[in-house]
Design a protein around this ligand. Structure first.
Ligand SMILES: N[C@@H](CCC(=O)N[C@@H](CS)C(=O)NCC(=O)O)C(=O)O
Length: 204
C-alpha cells in the first residue's frame, strides 16, 4: 500500500478503534496526532471535520466504518477479525449508537439547553443515551447468540472503545450485560488498548 497515515485525537474513541487494529495486526500505517479542539485544516481532509481519517497517498478515507473495513482488508481479511455477512449490521449499528452517545455528551459539554418550545416533546440528550443503551442490550443478545464474538473483532473493538470512552468521561453505568462486560474487560487488558487509553479530561 502507499504511505499511509491515520489522523487521530488522543481522546477519540473512533480513532482508538483504528489505532487498536493497526497495533493488533501490525499494519504499516503511522498514527498521526491532531490537536483538539479540531483545527479548520481538518475540514480539508474530511468535510465532516472529524477524525479518524486514513490517508493513503492523495486519498483520505472516512468515516470509521470504511476505515475499519479497509484495515481488515490490509490485514489480509482475517476471519477471526470480521465476517462481513454476519457482522456488518452489528458494526454499523454500534458505530451509529456511538454517534448518539457522543452527541449527548457534547451537547452537555457545550452547555446547550432548550431556548424555545419543544415541538417534539422528548429530551434530545436522553433520547441519544437511550439509543445507546438499547443498542447495548441488542449487542448483549448478539453476544449470547454467538453473533458478537469474543476477541479482536471489528464490532467488539468498536463496542469496547465506545464503552471505555463513556466510562472515562463519567458516562452512565452499563453493567448487568454479562457477555458484553467480559468482552470489554478482556479487550481492555491487551497492550493495544493499554497504549491507547483516552487522556484524562473533564469539562471545566
Ligand atoms: N461518525 C463518525 C464519528 C467520528 C467522531 O465523532 N469523531 C470525533 C472524535 S471521537 C471528532 O472528530 N469530533 C470533532 C468534531 O466533530 O468537531 C465516524 O464514524 O467516523
Amino acid at each position: 500500500m502507499p504511505k499511509a497515515e491515520l489522523c487521530y485525537f488522543p481522546g477519540s474513541p473512533y480513532a482508538r478503534m483504528a489505532r487498536v487494529l493497526i497495533a493488533e495486526w501490525s499494519l504499516p500505517i503511522t498514527p498521526v496526532e491532531w490537536s483538539f479542539p479540531p483545527l479548520d485544516d481538518l475540514f480539508r481532509l474530511n468535510p465532516l471535520g472529524q477524525v479518524p481519517a486514513l490517508v493513503e497517498g492523495d486519498k483520505a478515507l472516512f468515516p470509521t466504518f470504511l476505515i475499519l473495513e479497509r484495515l481488515w482488508d490490509v490485514a489480509g481479511r482475517p476471519d477471526d477479525g470480521y465476517r462481513p455477512e454476519d457482522e456488518r449490521q452489528i458494526l454499523l449499528t454500534t458505530l451509529q449508537a456511538g454517534d448518539a452517545m457522543v452527541a449527548a455528551f457534547y451537547q452537555d459539554w457545550c452547555g446547550l439547553r432548550p431556548v424555545a418550545t419543544n415541538h417534539i416533546g422528548y429530551d434530545l440528550g436522553a433520547r441519544h443515551l437511550r439509543r445507546f443503551a438499547e443498542t447495548l442490550d441488542w449487542l448483549e443478545d448478539h453476544a449470547s447468540a454467538g453473533r458478537l464474538r469474543p476477541g479482536v473483532t471489528l464490532p467488539g473493538v468498536a463496542a469496547a472503545c465506545l464503552l471505555l470512552w463513556s466510562e472515562a468521561r463519567g458516562g452512565p453505568d452499563w453493567g448487568g450485560r454479562e457477555r458484553l462486560w467480559s468482552l470489554v474487560r478482556s479487550l481492555e487488558d491487551r497492550p493495544s488498548f493499554q497504549a491507547t487509553v483516552p487522556q484524562v479530561w473533564s469539562p471545566g
